[in-house]
Design a protein around this ligand. Structure first.
Ligand code: ZN
Length: 276
């Protein structure tokens, strides 16, 4: 599943191709993409819109139109976007939508598992929709240690589960939560409310460093994720803990262990990240 760095990589790649373009034709083939709204009605509403900017919040891509409306896209597990010259892309069995741009390019949206969503919202709806679902942007200056501490106060849940909750920090998923906890030397099963100030400071830095590393390597290339231009991100070569069961911890050499936390496979160093 694409996380913040993967979605940011997609945003950066698509931005110059989409901004300023008018949507000439929109075909939505999978009603699940826009449910409960009628896909044909959404397609008609999108036609004629001109893209003002392409933004991201957490794992959401936000296509902001000059009209003030926005298309909020969530790729979930397997959604991906490609931009090709018109007619160049072969028909694809998992193509759920195609958008024809006014410069002769096609944007095709593919999604094998079909969990992705497209939601067309007005200006006012956008902020309230996001505010209900996601917390601070971890790489913005508004996300400080105090903000993170506040989000963890009183929570019995293991810190891994708290980090996966998008209202704690927007955009973290299984990979970057494990990488952030390894960097912070915090056991994934520690109750969130028990973290002390130095640990929260380390976690705050760990979250940012893991995400920045992911963005600098253009995300991780795992089986289900592809960037719009088909290039492969390199973050998987930088994993310190995630997916590395049995391999030596890069800090202390102890074999990385795999457990389950928050219902997810979770990798950590039993020595650096001891339960205390
Ligand atoms: Zn270690």
């Amino acid at each position: 599943m694409p996380e913040l760095p993967e979605v940011e990589t997609i945003r950066v790649q698509l931005e110059p191709l989409l901004v300023g373009r008018r949507l000439e034709g929109v075909e939505i083939r999978d009603p699940r993409l826009t449910q409960p709204l009628d896909p044909a009605a959404v397609a008609r509403a999108l036609e004629g819109e001109r893209v003002g900017s392409l933004d991201r919040r957490g794992k959401y891509l936000i296509v902001r139109f000059e009209s003030g409306r926005s298309l909020l896209m969530h790729l979930r597990m397997t959604g991906n976007l490609r931009v090709t010259p018109r007619g160049a892309a072969a028909e694809h069995p998992h193509e759920r939508a195609v958008v024809r741009l006014d410069d002769g390019a096609d944007v095709s949206y593919r999604d094998v598992r079909r969990f992705g969503t497209w939601l067309l919202v007005d200006d006012e709806e956008l902020e309230s929709y996001l505010a209900e679902r996601i917390g601070s942007e971890p790489l913005e200056s508004s996300f400080g240690r105090a903000a993170l501490a506040k989000r963890l106060t009183g929570r019995r849940a293991p810190i891994k589960a708290a980090l996966l909750d998008q209202r704690t920090v927007a955009g973290l998923g299984n990979i970057y939560a494990d990488e952030a906890l390894w960097r912070a030397r915090i056991h994934p099963l520690r109750p969130a409310r028990e973290l002390d100030a130095p640990e929260i400071a380390r976690l705050h830095r760990g979250v940012r460093d893991a995400l920045r590393m992911g963005i600098s390597r253009q995300g991780a290339t795992l089986s289900n994720y592809a960037t719009p231009d088909g290039e492969r991100g390199g973050m998987q070569d930088e994993f310190r803990a995630y997916g590395r069961a049995g391999e030596p911890c890069p800090r202390c050499g102890t074999p990385i262990e795999k457990i389950r936390a928050a219902g997810r496979g979770t990798w950590y160093c039993p020595r650096c990240q001891c339960l205390g």
